[in-house]
Design a protein around this ligand. Structure first.
Ligand SMILES: NC(=O)c1ccc[n+]([C@@H]2O[C@H](COP(=O)([O-])OP(=O)(O)OC[C@H]3O[C@@H](n4cnc5c(N)ncnc54)[C@H](OP(=O)(O)O)[C@@H]3O)[C@@H](O)[C@H]2O)c1
Length: 229
């Protein structure tokens, strides 16, 4: 269990890059951290609790929240980081198998909704405000790309959910962000240039600073720190 005043972060879809970097940042600041993913044997962040979750299976998301609550406490922060992309054959977006499209959509937004549901119910049941929910985003909701045909629709729906929550709830109770690393020009970031450490710093600021819009875009400065747009 978390000690008195000790806060809890739960990351869904936490792997070696963004997930682990965010976990390390919050652990270094005194948080208890749970990392949810399918392959918990690969969760190798010292001090973090590995939790089995497959975001395509809503019952595992509910069970994962119960496990985090019982072992660490009610989460104050939730990061939804899982995503999936199927590249279209021959760069033909509608050549993607419909079953692959559905599976990717479930990972990109279906699981995120289940996490919003359980995180907000749990916070309300325990009268534990504020809850901060950060969805790892990208620019696909704002700049369509044919190669992102299975990713963009899910991220767009996820951005919509975050904006809905921002309208519906008082920020003193729930703060929600769709946080996207962008290039200096505001465009998509090539995968090798995605910085886990900058995400960790950016998410820590979102946790602790009020007044950010739900649509958060940041580039990475030459010293590696996030620069908010
Ligand atoms: N800003 C940009 O332009 C940009 C660019 C690239 C990526 N991104 C975003 O960054 C995020 C990914 O970051 P990353 O690559 O650094 O990730 P990461 O934290 O290194 O790993 C993500 C983890 O998600 C887990 N995962 C995948 N499917 C899952 C499922 N069905 N259930 C539970 N967990 C699942 C995988 O672990 P298991 O295999 O163990 O489940 C994977 O290791 C995504 O949201 C992506 O859209 C943004």
């Amino acid at each position: 269990m978390a000690g008195p005043g000790q806060k809890v972060l739960f990351i869904l879809g936490g792997g070696p890059r963004i997930g682990h970097a965010v976990a390390k940042k919050f652990l270094s600041q005194g948080y208890k951290v749970a990392i949810g993913r399918r392959n918990t044997d690969k969760t190798d962040v010292d001090g973090a609790l590995p939790v089995h979750v497959d975001v395509t299976k809503p019952e595992t998301i509910e069970a994962a929240f119960q496990e985090v609550e019982s072992k660490l406490g009610v989460p104050n922060a939730v990061v939804y980081n899982a995503a999936a992309l199927t590249f279209p054959p021959d760069k033909d977006p509608f050549a993607v198998d419909p079953a692959a499209f559905s599976r990717d959509l479930e990972i990109n937004v279906g699981g995120a909704y289940a996490a919003l549901h359980h995180a907000t119910r749990l916070a309300r049941r325990h009268n534990n405000p504020p809850l901060v929910y950060i969805a790892t985003g990208n620019v696909t909701p704002f700049q369509a790309h044919p190669l992102a045909v299975t990713l963009g629709p899910g991220k767009s729906a996820l951005a919509h959910l975050i904006s809905v929550g921002t309208i519906a709830y008082d920020a003193k109770e729930f703060r929600l962000y769709f946080a996207s690393q962008v290039t200096d020009e505001g465009g998509p970031v090539p995968y090798p240039q995605v910085s886990g450490e900058a995400h960790g710093e950016a998410y820590w600021k979102l946790m602790n600073e009020e007044g950010h819009d739900w649509d958060v875009r940041f580039s990475v400065a030459s010293d590696g720190s996030p620069r908010f747009a």
